[in-house]
Design a protein around this ligand. Sequence first.
Ligand SMILES: CC/C=C\C/C=C\C/C=C\C=C\CC(=O)SCCNC(=O)CCNC(=O)[C@H](O)C(C)(C)COP(=O)(O)OP(=O)(O)OC[C@H]1O[C@@H](n2cnc3c(N)ncnc32)[C@H](O)[C@@H]1OP(=O)(O)O
Length: 311
Amino acid sequence: MAAVAPTLARRIARPGMLPLCSRPQAWGRAARQSPGLPRAPSLLLTQRRAFSNNKILVELDEGSGIATMKLKSPPVNSLSLDFLTEFCISLEKLENNRGCRGVIFTSAIPKIFSSGLDITEMCRKSTEHYAEFWRAVQEMWLRVYGSNMVTVAAINGSSPAGGCLLALSCDYRIMAENPKFSIGLNEAQLGIVAPFWFKDTFVNVVGHRVAERSLQLGCLHSAPEALRIGLVDELVPEEKLQDKAAAVIAQWLALPDHARQLTKSMMRKLVLDRLVAHREEDIQNFISFITKESIQKSLHMYMEMLKKKKG
Ligand SMILES: CC/C=C\C/C=C\C/C=C\C=C\CC(=O)SCCNC(=O)CCNC(=O)[C@H](O)C(C)(C)COP(=O)(O)OP(=O)(O)OC[C@H]1O[C@@H](n2cnc3c(N)ncnc32)[C@H](O)[C@@H]1OP(=O)(O)O
């Protein structure tokens, strides 16, 4: 996979080529297999297929049609260009497998779901690098938010910024009920601004007032608070998280696919179309913003603060 990743990264990045997400997704794609009766995944005698790359483990239960994508990029599952590339490859494989109808995103790293975008990718790099990186961030969001599959985030650790975006892009969020775990779009704390599509996704989940306050203050919400403001849908003990996620997906999959998919598309289309229509402009905005000396200083200070906290 290591050899494949840079090739795909270039494919995502090259403006002349069709981006992966130009393939129709939740909007205009044929429905997946009919669900039949709802079945509890744990009761099925079925085959499990697994594949993995350097950073993501994927297991597909062929009986239930539910896959689990486990993020495994130590130390903190930061969303680097390589990670995002491998993530999109894995998700595309599942999208192309008509037997796969639902995906659970979770982490293989204790206490951390994802630490968000890899800050080192945004520090003192070339314009070309920033363009490639930001296109990959967009691609992840377009793929998850626009997925035809039922998507559930099983949030088994802290999930700031880009990690929170991944969870927000799913159909349902279940978090481990540990008050030490936090989640939110904390960009303002780093001296940066959440892009409009992060904001739109957040508003669609928690509503305008809660989103505005939380974004302006760069809040990281503890798990109980995240439940209170509707940022996550439920809390469960950590050991029950995966079973609960599978049970929720089975429940959603009990409905006819075409009705669920068209409804999802209707709810999300405006927000998705907005980025699709302004993708290049958004990349240019990111580059102008991130190359400002004041922003580079803020990011540098934030990284120093993380290191100090450790030592
Ligand atoms: C007008 C607007 C126009 C356009 C829009 C423009 C710009 C928008 C731009 C960007 C949007 C960005 C969104 C993001 O996702 S930014 C990332 C935000 N993430 C964070 O704030 C998380 C920071 N990390 C933490 O809080 C903690 O590390 C933790 C809670 C995740 C884990 O804590 P631990 O105590 O378990 O671990 P640490 O010792 O803190 O970390 C271990 C190790 O990992 C490094 N690290 C942590 N997070 C990141 C990261 N996100 N990127 C890169 N590296 C990270 C940390 O420094 C440690 O490294 P060392 O071992 O010291 O080398």
